[in-house]
Design a binder for this molecule. Sequence first.
Ligand code: PEP
Ligand code: MG
Length: 594
Amino acid sequence: MSAVLEGIPASPGVAVGPAYLFRLREPVVPHITIPPDLVEAELEKFEAAREWATRRILQLKEEAHQRLGPIQAKIFDPQLLMLDDPALVEGTIAYIRDSYLTAARAFNLRILEMRAQWLNTTHAMLVDRIADLTDTQILVLSKILDLPEPELGVSPQVPVIVVAPELTPRVVVRLDRSVVAGFVTGGGTRTAHASILARSLHIPAVVGVGDEIERIAPGMELLVDGRRGRVFLQPSAHDKEWFERHEEKVREWEAELADLAHVQPITEDGVRIELLANIDLPSEAALAVHAGADGIGLLRTEFLVVGKSSIPEEEEQFDAFREIAQAMGSRPVMVRTFDLGGDKFPLFLEIPPEENPSLGWRAIRVTLDMPELFRKQLRAILRAGVYGRLQICLPMINSADELRATRELLEESKEELRREGKVFDEFCPLGIMVETPAAVATAEVLARHADFFSLGTNDLTQYALAVDRGNPRLARYYDPFHPGVVRLIRQTIEAANAASIPVSICGEMASDVAGAFLLIGLGMRSLSVNLNAITEIKKLVRSVRADRAQEAAARAADAETGDEARNILMEELAEAVDLSLFETTNGHVPGERL
Ligand code: PEP
Ligand code: MG
């Protein structure tokens, strides 16, 4: 048995080759101050480096556009925004002017401060932007200090596996498949830009391996299993053969899935399931259409605030929502208003750390307390609504009061827009995320005030079981198949049906094969899944019978434990589909704890 490192599956496929160790180094910045008469020269140096870095990134963006397409090219936008961010630019200028720091030192200090602030959060989206920040840092500093731009420098003899603590989009976009067979990084997440680019380039990749990456020596043979997120050190002949055969099966399976984009998700006994996508960025709307989604069941809007030092303006939000509305055409899009707080803190909130952030000032509590922030978002959604079918979805609703207060603000916003003569969607539906046990218990009350329900099982599981969803030590307790959670889901569906309002689910559970099967069995007819899981879940829907799912779900809800519930579902499913081929979104084994 070869030694295996576990990481996050970032880009599917299998690659074998010798390890090529690479480290992106941040330039060393000399600790010197300058006399006042050199301030102007240093300011000019900073400005020149900033302009150069902007041109360089625009060039890379164009390269990405040519090689991979418009969506991948957008990956470079956050870096362009950073180079224009007043917090960075004005902060650097102030350090040069007021503290007599050199341009390099002033800029570096500002970057280090921003990174420290960003690292304070555990929110994946902010963590993902840290590689962009590092890249911007290296580019600008190398220009100021007159150093060569760091390159990968792989000799094109034999395709290698690049092993690095971190890879940035700038490095990844230039990787050539004939030279680089795969990559492994210590840091990174599945949604980091480097991972997204790896998927576009079809380069197998495993990220987030952690310190274990140190076990890899230069030239050591590696097998990268990008589908499951594993790296085999010095793989045996048996391992290599097994993967070769498995990959063959996977290729056939993928070809079958690719054909599914334009067929409908209908169960074997004729029940049509609405299959929507969860997205985090405007550019993903086009991908959802391409994958054959019926609409967007969850648009997380936190991309608008990540790394921002001020409240996002209405126009910027309007542009983003209009882009999505237009991309989706007549398909529905549920825009979730800012779910800030908890694990998602933008810089402008500036509140002291809380003892229990998940139970703290978050989501609807923040937006209702900050009407200026909320109003801008509501106005932007209302205005963009005329370009498609946008719906407003409120996170963490616990009471009818929160809904009433939001409706009031919504009506005021409409009145303002009318006065200003702006066009907007007068009938934009207002629904809620059902993600607390209190919301489930009072679902029939909330249904009188909400136009639709969207079940957020990620949070519902955490609050129902009192298990922090982000705590790895508690992962075995975090179980959406726990009969307690399953019954809450069932209760919510029943309440929505009784009130004749639409209900869908956008928690991770719907992206899991066993989870989706259970939900169909509980009567859910609208699943919003991770973008990458759409075709697999469609395949699942088309392979099962809703009546069999209903029987299995009834037994699962009556099970004594989550494990028992899961086993019931897996046994039933195994008769209908080849479970070994389903990967679902996180590369986990279907039905394993999510
Ligand atoms: C949820 O809680 O299930 C959900 C979809 O929202 P988020 O994961 O963004 O909290
Ligand atoms: Mg949630």
